[in-house]
Design a protein around this ligand. Structure first.
Ligand SMILES: NC(=O)c1ccc[n+]([C@@H]2O[C@H](COP(=O)([O-])OP(=O)(O)OC[C@H]3O[C@@H](n4cnc5c(N)ncnc54)[C@H](OP(=O)(O)O)[C@@H]3O)[C@@H](O)[C@H]2O)c1
Length: 269
Protein backbone atom coordinates (compact mmCIF):
# COMPACT_ATOMS: atom_id res chain seq x y z
CA UNK A 1 0.00 0.00 0.00
CA UNK A 2 1.32 3.43 -0.83
CA UNK A 3 0.78 6.87 0.52
CA UNK A 4 -0.96 7.83 -2.73
CA UNK A 5 -4.05 5.90 -1.57
CA UNK A 6 -4.74 8.82 0.75
CA UNK A 7 -5.51 12.09 -1.07
CA UNK A 8 -3.27 14.91 0.16
CA UNK A 9 -4.36 17.22 1.68
CA UNK A 10 -7.54 16.33 3.51
CA UNK A 11 -9.77 18.53 5.62
CA UNK A 12 -9.76 18.10 9.42
CA UNK A 13 -13.00 18.55 11.35
CA UNK A 14 -11.94 18.39 15.01
CA UNK A 15 -13.70 21.15 17.05
CA UNK A 16 -16.06 21.96 14.15
CA UNK A 17 -19.75 21.50 14.88
CA UNK A 18 -23.14 22.83 13.77
CA UNK A 19 -23.16 25.69 11.27
CA UNK A 20 -19.41 26.22 11.64
CA UNK A 21 -18.86 22.64 10.45
CA UNK A 22 -21.45 22.97 7.68
CA UNK A 23 -19.97 26.22 6.34
CA UNK A 24 -16.32 25.18 6.66
CA UNK A 25 -16.76 21.72 5.13
CA UNK A 26 -18.97 23.17 2.39
CA UNK A 27 -16.24 25.69 1.54
CA UNK A 28 -13.59 22.96 1.63
CA UNK A 29 -15.53 20.75 -0.80
CA UNK A 30 -16.08 23.71 -3.14
CA UNK A 31 -12.37 24.49 -2.99
CA UNK A 32 -11.57 20.91 -4.03
CA UNK A 33 -10.80 18.96 -0.85
CA UNK A 34 -11.95 15.34 -1.25
CA UNK A 35 -10.42 13.68 1.85
CA UNK A 36 -12.37 14.33 5.07
CA UNK A 37 -11.21 13.40 8.57
CA UNK A 38 -13.77 12.96 11.35
CA UNK A 39 -14.14 10.75 14.46
CA UNK A 40 -16.85 9.36 16.69
CA UNK A 41 -15.64 11.58 19.54
CA UNK A 42 -15.87 14.80 17.49
CA UNK A 43 -19.67 14.63 17.74
CA UNK A 44 -20.02 15.87 14.15
CA UNK A 45 -20.41 12.70 12.06
CA UNK A 46 -24.11 13.42 11.42
CA UNK A 47 -23.33 16.94 10.15
CA UNK A 48 -20.43 15.66 8.03
CA UNK A 49 -22.85 13.11 6.55
CA UNK A 50 -25.42 15.83 5.84
CA UNK A 51 -22.92 18.13 4.10
CA UNK A 52 -21.55 15.27 1.98
CA UNK A 53 -25.05 14.10 1.03
CA UNK A 54 -26.12 17.65 0.12
CA UNK A 55 -22.94 18.39 -1.84
CA UNK A 56 -23.98 16.35 -4.86
CA UNK A 57 -20.43 14.97 -5.11
CA UNK A 58 -20.30 11.25 -5.96
CA UNK A 59 -19.53 9.13 -2.91
CA UNK A 60 -16.76 7.46 -4.91
CA UNK A 61 -14.90 10.78 -5.20
CA UNK A 62 -14.71 11.27 -1.43
CA UNK A 63 -12.14 9.66 0.86
CA UNK A 64 -13.85 9.58 4.25
CA UNK A 65 -12.11 8.66 7.50
CA UNK A 66 -13.62 8.10 10.90
CA UNK A 67 -12.12 6.81 14.15
CA UNK A 68 -13.40 4.49 16.84
CA UNK A 69 -13.24 5.91 20.37
CA UNK A 70 -11.62 3.73 23.04
CA UNK A 71 -14.82 3.06 24.97
CA UNK A 72 -16.11 1.01 21.97
CA UNK A 73 -13.18 -1.42 21.55
CA UNK A 74 -14.76 -4.58 22.96
CA UNK A 75 -15.30 -6.97 20.01
CA UNK A 76 -18.94 -6.89 19.02
CA UNK A 77 -19.36 -3.38 20.38
CA UNK A 78 -16.63 -2.08 18.08
CA UNK A 79 -18.54 -3.35 15.04
CA UNK A 80 -21.79 -1.89 16.46
CA UNK A 81 -20.12 1.51 16.92
CA UNK A 82 -19.10 1.45 13.24
CA UNK A 83 -22.68 0.71 12.20
CA UNK A 84 -23.76 3.74 14.25
CA UNK A 85 -21.06 5.90 12.61
CA UNK A 86 -22.15 4.79 9.14
CA UNK A 87 -25.75 5.64 9.93
CA UNK A 88 -24.74 9.14 11.10
CA UNK A 89 -22.45 9.57 8.09
CA UNK A 90 -25.26 8.44 5.75
CA UNK A 91 -23.05 6.00 3.87
CA UNK A 92 -22.54 2.26 3.83
CA UNK A 93 -18.74 2.36 4.08
CA UNK A 94 -15.87 4.57 5.17
CA UNK A 95 -12.66 4.70 3.17
CA UNK A 96 -10.55 4.51 6.30
CA UNK A 97 -11.41 3.34 9.81
CA UNK A 98 -8.92 4.14 12.55
CA UNK A 99 -8.39 3.14 16.15
CA UNK A 100 -8.33 6.71 17.58
CA UNK A 101 -6.02 6.00 20.52
CA UNK A 102 -4.51 2.75 21.80
CA UNK A 103 -6.64 1.30 24.60
CA UNK A 104 -5.65 3.12 27.82
CA UNK A 105 -3.62 0.75 30.03
CA UNK A 106 -4.48 -2.05 27.60
CA UNK A 107 -7.94 -2.24 29.11
CA UNK A 108 -9.04 -4.00 25.93
CA UNK A 109 -6.18 -6.06 24.47
CA UNK A 110 -4.93 -5.14 21.02
CA UNK A 111 -5.23 -8.87 20.24
CA UNK A 112 -9.00 -8.38 20.61
CA UNK A 113 -9.72 -4.99 19.05
CA UNK A 114 -7.43 -5.18 16.01
CA UNK A 115 -8.99 -8.42 14.68
CA UNK A 116 -12.42 -6.80 15.24
CA UNK A 117 -11.24 -3.83 13.12
CA UNK A 118 -10.08 -6.26 10.44
CA UNK A 119 -13.49 -7.95 10.46
CA UNK A 120 -15.11 -4.57 9.72
CA UNK A 121 -12.85 -4.29 6.69
CA UNK A 122 -13.72 -7.83 5.58
CA UNK A 123 -17.42 -6.92 5.82
CA UNK A 124 -16.88 -4.07 3.32
CA UNK A 125 -17.84 -1.36 5.81
CA UNK A 126 -14.28 0.03 5.76
CA UNK A 127 -12.09 0.03 2.65
CA UNK A 128 -8.90 0.46 4.72
CA UNK A 129 -8.00 0.24 8.38
CA UNK A 130 -5.35 1.93 10.46
CA UNK A 131 -4.36 3.31 13.83
CA UNK A 132 -3.68 6.67 15.43
CA UNK A 133 -1.38 7.76 18.26
CA UNK A 134 0.43 4.41 18.25
CA UNK A 135 4.01 4.28 19.56
CA UNK A 136 6.82 2.25 18.00
CA UNK A 137 6.29 -0.69 20.37
CA UNK A 138 2.54 -0.61 19.71
CA UNK A 139 3.14 -0.59 15.95
CA UNK A 140 5.40 -3.66 16.26
CA UNK A 141 2.71 -5.41 18.28
CA UNK A 142 -0.05 -4.42 15.86
CA UNK A 143 1.89 -5.70 12.85
CA UNK A 144 2.65 -8.97 14.66
CA UNK A 145 -1.11 -9.40 15.29
CA UNK A 146 -2.43 -8.42 11.85
CA UNK A 147 0.56 -9.09 9.60
CA UNK A 148 2.33 -6.67 7.26
CA UNK A 149 0.22 -4.71 4.79
CA UNK A 150 -3.00 -4.57 6.83
CA UNK A 151 -2.59 -1.12 8.40
CA UNK A 152 -2.75 1.71 5.88
CA UNK A 153 -1.63 4.48 8.21
CA UNK A 154 -0.66 5.66 11.68
CA UNK A 155 -2.19 9.11 12.22
CA UNK A 156 0.11 11.04 14.57
CA UNK A 157 0.90 14.59 15.63
CA UNK A 158 3.55 16.06 13.30
CA UNK A 159 4.41 19.73 12.80
CA UNK A 160 7.67 21.70 12.77
CA UNK A 161 7.80 21.77 16.59
CA UNK A 162 7.12 18.01 17.06
CA UNK A 163 8.67 16.14 14.16
CA UNK A 164 8.15 12.63 15.59
CA UNK A 165 11.03 11.16 13.56
CA UNK A 166 11.42 7.89 15.51
CA UNK A 167 7.77 6.94 14.97
CA UNK A 168 7.94 7.98 11.32
CA UNK A 169 10.94 5.69 10.79
CA UNK A 170 9.05 2.82 12.44
CA UNK A 171 6.09 3.43 10.12
CA UNK A 172 8.42 3.35 7.12
CA UNK A 173 9.96 0.08 8.36
CA UNK A 174 6.47 -1.48 8.42
CA UNK A 175 5.34 0.18 5.15
CA UNK A 176 2.66 2.13 6.99
CA UNK A 177 1.84 5.61 5.64
CA UNK A 178 2.24 8.52 8.06
CA UNK A 179 -0.69 10.90 8.41
CA UNK A 180 0.00 14.13 10.29
CA UNK A 181 -2.58 15.73 12.55
CA UNK A 182 -2.30 19.28 13.92
CA UNK A 183 0.02 20.17 10.98
CA UNK A 184 -0.18 23.86 11.90
CA UNK A 185 0.44 23.20 15.61
CA UNK A 186 -3.10 24.58 15.98
CA UNK A 187 -2.05 27.94 14.55
CA UNK A 188 1.29 28.31 16.40
CA UNK A 189 3.28 28.02 13.16
CA UNK A 190 2.08 31.55 12.33
CA UNK A 191 4.27 32.99 15.11
CA UNK A 192 7.57 31.34 14.22
CA UNK A 193 10.37 33.61 12.96
CA UNK A 194 12.04 30.99 10.71
CA UNK A 195 8.75 29.99 9.09
CA UNK A 196 7.85 33.67 8.64
CA UNK A 197 11.17 34.32 6.90
CA UNK A 198 10.80 31.34 4.55
CA UNK A 199 7.20 32.36 3.90
CA UNK A 200 8.26 35.85 2.82
CA UNK A 201 10.67 34.41 0.29
CA UNK A 202 7.78 32.43 -1.30
CA UNK A 203 5.19 35.18 -0.97
CA UNK A 204 3.30 32.66 1.16
CA UNK A 205 2.18 32.30 4.80
CA UNK A 206 3.95 30.34 7.56
CA UNK A 207 0.99 27.92 7.54
CA UNK A 208 1.58 27.21 3.87
CA UNK A 209 5.27 26.60 4.53
CA UNK A 210 4.47 24.09 7.31
CA UNK A 211 2.15 22.22 4.91
CA UNK A 212 4.67 22.28 2.05
CA UNK A 213 7.30 20.87 4.44
CA UNK A 214 5.02 17.90 5.23
CA UNK A 215 4.17 17.33 1.59
CA UNK A 216 7.87 17.26 0.67
CA UNK A 217 8.25 14.33 3.10
CA UNK A 218 5.30 12.43 1.54
CA UNK A 219 3.31 12.91 4.73
CA UNK A 220 -0.45 13.13 4.25
CA UNK A 221 -2.17 15.80 6.30
CA UNK A 222 -5.50 17.57 6.85
CA UNK A 223 -5.35 21.10 8.22
CA UNK A 224 -8.55 22.42 9.71
CA UNK A 225 -9.92 25.93 9.36
CA UNK A 226 -13.14 27.88 9.78
CA UNK A 227 -12.07 30.67 7.37
CA UNK A 228 -12.59 30.46 3.61
CA UNK A 229 -9.34 32.31 2.95
CA UNK A 230 -7.32 29.85 5.05
CA UNK A 231 -9.15 26.81 3.65
CA UNK A 232 -8.18 27.87 0.13
CA UNK A 233 -4.63 28.95 0.91
CA UNK A 234 -3.96 25.67 2.75
CA UNK A 235 -4.87 23.80 -0.41
CA UNK A 236 -2.71 26.07 -2.56
CA UNK A 237 0.26 25.31 -0.26
CA UNK A 238 0.58 21.92 -1.91
CA UNK A 239 1.94 23.62 -5.05
CA UNK A 240 4.91 25.11 -3.15
CA UNK A 241 8.39 23.59 -3.37
CA UNK A 242 10.96 24.26 -0.67
CA UNK A 243 14.73 24.23 -1.17
CA UNK A 244 17.03 21.79 0.68
CA UNK A 245 18.25 24.69 2.83
CA UNK A 246 14.67 25.61 3.75
CA UNK A 247 13.86 21.97 4.60
CA UNK A 248 16.94 21.87 6.84
CA UNK A 249 16.04 25.12 8.56
CA UNK A 250 12.59 23.72 9.37
CA UNK A 251 14.09 20.40 10.56
CA UNK A 252 16.00 22.45 13.14
CA UNK A 253 12.74 23.76 14.65
CA UNK A 254 11.91 20.42 16.35
CA UNK A 255 11.53 21.00 20.09
CA UNK A 256 9.43 17.99 21.07
CA UNK A 257 6.43 20.23 21.69
CA UNK A 258 3.48 17.87 21.95
CA UNK A 259 -0.01 19.41 21.94
CA UNK A 260 -2.28 16.32 22.00
CA UNK A 261 -1.22 14.70 25.26
CA UNK A 262 -4.28 13.60 27.27
CA UNK A 263 -3.93 11.64 30.51
CA UNK A 264 -4.84 8.39 28.69
CA UNK A 265 -2.00 8.80 26.16
CA UNK A 266 0.53 5.95 25.75
CA UNK A 267 4.18 6.22 26.90
CA UNK A 268 5.48 8.32 24.02
CA UNK A 269 8.70 7.48 22.19
N1 LIG B 1 -5.98 11.44 15.70
C1 LIG B 1 -5.99 12.35 16.63
O1 LIG B 1 -5.86 12.06 17.82
C2 LIG B 1 -6.17 13.80 16.25
C3 LIG B 1 -5.90 14.80 17.19
C4 LIG B 1 -6.06 16.13 16.81
C5 LIG B 1 -6.48 16.45 15.52
N2 LIG B 1 -6.74 15.44 14.62
C6 LIG B 1 -7.19 15.77 13.23
O2 LIG B 1 -6.27 16.69 12.65
C7 LIG B 1 -6.97 17.83 12.15
C8 LIG B 1 -6.10 19.05 12.21
O3 LIG B 1 -5.70 19.36 13.54
P1 LIG B 1 -6.25 20.62 14.32
O4 LIG B 1 -7.51 21.07 13.70
O5 LIG B 1 -6.29 20.29 15.76
O6 LIG B 1 -5.08 21.69 14.17
P2 LIG B 1 -4.36 22.44 12.92
O7 LIG B 1 -4.96 22.01 11.63
O8 LIG B 1 -2.90 22.33 13.14
O9 LIG B 1 -4.73 23.96 13.21
C9 LIG B 1 -6.03 24.48 13.09
C10 LIG B 1 -5.96 25.93 13.56
O10 LIG B 1 -5.09 26.66 12.68
C11 LIG B 1 -5.77 27.80 12.18
N3 LIG B 1 -5.45 27.90 10.74
C12 LIG B 1 -5.78 27.04 9.77
N4 LIG B 1 -5.29 27.44 8.58
C13 LIG B 1 -4.64 28.60 8.82
C14 LIG B 1 -3.95 29.49 7.99
N5 LIG B 1 -3.81 29.25 6.69
N6 LIG B 1 -3.42 30.60 8.56
C15 LIG B 1 -3.55 30.83 9.88
N7 LIG B 1 -4.20 30.00 10.73
C16 LIG B 1 -4.74 28.90 10.21
C17 LIG B 1 -7.24 27.54 12.37
O11 LIG B 1 -7.90 28.76 12.64
P3 LIG B 1 -9.00 29.38 11.62
O12 LIG B 1 -10.23 28.56 11.84
O13 LIG B 1 -9.11 30.77 12.12
O14 LIG B 1 -8.47 29.28 10.24
C18 LIG B 1 -7.29 26.62 13.58
O15 LIG B 1 -7.32 27.38 14.78
C19 LIG B 1 -8.19 17.89 13.08
O16 LIG B 1 -9.20 18.72 12.57
C20 LIG B 1 -8.57 16.45 13.17
O17 LIG B 1 -9.28 16.05 12.00
C21 LIG B 1 -6.58 14.13 14.96
Amino acid sequence: MTVTTLPNPGFGTYRLEGDTLRNSLGTALEAGYRHIDTAQIYGNEAEVGEVLADSGIDRGEIFLTTKVWYDRFVPGDLEKSVDESLERLKTDYVDLLLIHWPSPNDEVAMEDYLPALKRVKASGKARHIGVSNFTRAQLDRAVSILGRGELLTNQIEVHPFLQNRAVIEKCQEHDIAVTAFMPLAVGKVMEDATLKQIAEAHDASPAQIALAWLKAQDIVTFPSSTKARNIRSNLAAFDLTLSDEEMQAIAALDRGERIADPDFAPHWD
